[in-house]
Design a protein around this ligand. Structure first.
Ligand SMILES: Nc1ncnc2c1ncn2[C@@H]1O[C@H](COP(=O)(O)OP(=O)(O)O)[C@@H](O)[C@H]1O
Ligand SMILES: [Mg+2]
Length: 226
């Protein structure tokens, strides 16, 4: 079953002679429970694509459906709420709130929604990610690998329809990178979490079941791996 579909996505920045076309007619869909990698040279449009799919920014034209919602029809406040509940976002530099402890960082999407935390979900995630001893620490008191695990826990707290990760291991050493990818795979294999992962590392891309290659804002390869 399809969980995400984008059709004829275009994104341009600037205008006139300074105009850059970052995405040029990108269409594809993702099956529920799939693990897909996006690869491509720097500047090929990978981050732009993720921002469009995650509702962080809007495309110049084209449509994005997530679980049958056309996100281009949502008003800004609706889009913000949709993003909090349905899309998990993980970035290279963690994007944690420095003044909030680990527990509050993980629960942030829920607290912003004025919802009561699902303590069982919280406990499951923090145990699986090895964070139970760190819940009252500030991000600055954690290693890079631990900070990224907090960001992953935050992205998964709501059972999102899709987890979007942009070079999540780009700032980590090899051991922490491997662990982070293993945790993403575990959430995919054990819990059926749908994942779209940007990476420039071929070995990491091979962990996915499908690899989409971008070049100059277009899909040039789309292959199912082993
Ligand atoms: N906010 C922006 N303003 C202007 N140009 C941008 C902006 N964001 C990205 N671009 C341009 O769009 C193209 C694609 O960028 P990006 O999606 O960041 O590529 P990647 O993540 O694959 O390195 C690049 O040419 C980049 O310079
Ligand atoms: Mg990028």
């Amino acid at each position: 079953m399809e969980i995400l579909r984008c059709s004829h996505l275009k994104k341009s920045y600037g205008s006139g002679s300074g105009k850059v076309t970052a995405l040029n007619d990108v269409s594809f869909s993702l099956e529920r429970g799939s693990f897909t990698a996006i690869v491509g040279a720097s500047g090929s449009g990978k981050s732009t694509l993720l921002h469009m799919l995650g509702g962080v920014d809007r495309p110049t034209s084209g449509n994005i459906y997530i679980e049958d919602t056309d996100i281009s029809t949502l008003k800004p406040e609706q889009l913000a709420a949709f993003r909090r509940r349905k899309v998990g976002l993980v970035y290279q530099f963690y994007n944690l709130i420095p003044t909030l402890n680990v527990r509050k960082n993980i629960l942030l999407p829920v607290l912003l929604d004025n919802q009561k935390p699902d303590e069982k979900r919280f406990q499951q995630l923090t145990e699986a990610l090895g964070l139970t001893e760190r819940l009252s620490h500030l991000p600055s008191e954690l290693s890079g690998g631990q900070q990224q695990r907090v960001a992953i826990a935050r992205s998964l707290i709501y059972h999102p329809a899709i987890l979007l990760a942009d070079e999540p291991t780009g700032n980590l050493d090899r051991k922490n990178s491997q662990e982070t990818i293993e945790l993403l795979k575990l959430s995919n294999q054990r819990y059926g979490q749908t994942i779209l992962l940007i990476t420039h590392d071929e070995k990491t891309a091979l962990e996915a079941d499908r690899i989409i290659t971008l070049e100059d804002g277009k899909i040039v390869h789309d292959e199912v791996t082993g």
